[in-house]
Ligand binder design. Structure first.
Ligand code: PLP
Ligand code: COI
Length: 339
């Protein structure tokens, strides 16, 4: 293999050695299989291709100073995948099966887990698709669950540094009673134009307002939002955003640091009152926000006056990373250490 420049990885796809697969047929999940192929053989009438019966997840493995590999909160990803399965009528993959598959694929690709010093990680991408043929709009009877892994660096430019974001009003990512709380590919298809628009305008990522009233902050295309003020961590309550495992973890860490935590609607104008704010997610980790522009309303909410990450974002980021890399204790059992 070509030597990998671990410290300069972007968030892209690099071929690794193996992926794992598990088939659902005759109402039962089979054994976990190993494959070296990057391809799948799929029926052209598969429900995943036509009716969006597709779910995915994203989690990471980290190599510690001790050389050990740690996987972050995999049970939470298993639970969210099960929730997505209920949401689009796919069979739920048991947590034990999910765990076995994640551990297996990480071990098989151990040489791709970036070294501790690089600050990079191994991104783990599980996906579940309807594979059997269906022409009417109905769920499939057969499914394929698979996981590939790929070493990654930061999702947003500059890693832990501030970036500008923009509210896009022309498009909604998901409806209030739609699929926004599920991790289905359709939500990301719905975000592509807004995301391109944001990038073309020079922003890191697009922000969505709630689709019904266009009044409250929902989330970004690939990360949740949080704001900090008066020693309080504030994050949106909404029926159309993905329940982020990173956000859930940060809420706990903020509370442990003696902060108040609020989950509630955040009106757009409140952005002007935050001392700090960030976008958070597995890929994004914490991406501190420099400012959020609302071009159609001719508004610019500048959050970081000096353009630097604020002290609370920095503290939360360092604490989260320390737990993930095994530098600090893991009081909540978030980490699975690979033996
Ligand atoms: N919101 C969206 C739309 C996402 O795609 C992601 C990424 O998974 C998140 C939020 C963050 O979720 P998590 O922290 O579980 O990765
Ligand atoms: C993640 O953070 O895992 C994501 O899914 C973000 C994006 C790459 C879709």
């Amino acid at each position: 293999m070509e030597p990998i420049d671990w410290s300069n990885l972007s968030f892209g796809y690099i071929k690794t050695d193996y992926n794992v697969r598990c088939y659902f047929k005759n109402d039962a999940w089979g054994d976990i299989e190993t494959s070296q192929s990057e391809y799948i053989n799929l029926h052209m009438a598969a429900t995943s291709l036509h009716y969006g019966q597709e779910a995915f997840e994203g989690l990471k493995a980290f190599r510690g100073k001790d050389g050990k590999i740690r996987i972050f909160r995999l049970e939470e990803n298993a639970a969210r995948l099960q929730s997505t399965c209920r949401g689009i009528l796919m069979p739920e993959l048991p947590t034990e099966k999910f765990r076995e598959a994640v551990i297996k694929v990480v071990k098989l690709n151990e040489r791709f887990v970036p070294p501790y010093e690089s600050g990079a990680s191994l991104y783990i991408r599980p996906l579940l698709i309807g594979t059997s043929a269906q022409v009417g709009v109905h769920p499939a009877t057969e499914y394929l669950f698979m996981i590939f892994v790929t070493p990654v660096g930061p999702y947003f430019k500059g890693g832990f540094s501030t970036n500008p974001y923009v509210i896009i009003r022309q498009f909604d990512r998901s409806a209030p009673l739609g699929t926004g709380t599920y991790k289905v590919g359709g939500n990301y298809a719905a975000s592509l134009r807004a995301n391109k628009m944001a990038h073309d305008l020079g922003y890191s990522c697009e922000f969505y307002l709630d689709a019904k009233e266009k009044k409250y902050i929902d989330e970004c295309g690939a990360a949740n939002f949080f704001g900090i003020k008066d020693n309080t961590y504030i994050t949106p309550q909404s029926t159309s955003i993905l329940p982020s495992i990173t956000n859930k973890s940060l809420m706990q860490l903020a509370q442990d640091m003696g902060m108040k935590v609020e989950r509630r609607q955040i009106p757009e104008e409140e952005l002007s009152t935050f001392e700090e704010a960030g976008a958070c997610g597995t890929a994004a980790v914490i991406s501190p926000i420099q400012r959020i522009d609302d071009l159609e309303n001719n508004k610019s909410y500048v959050i970081s006056k000096d353009g630097k990450p604020g002290p609370i974002c920095t503290k939360l980021y360092n604490k989260l990373r320390a737990i993930q890399y095994g530098d600090e204790a893991d009081p909540y059992g978030w980490v699975t250490v690979i033996e």
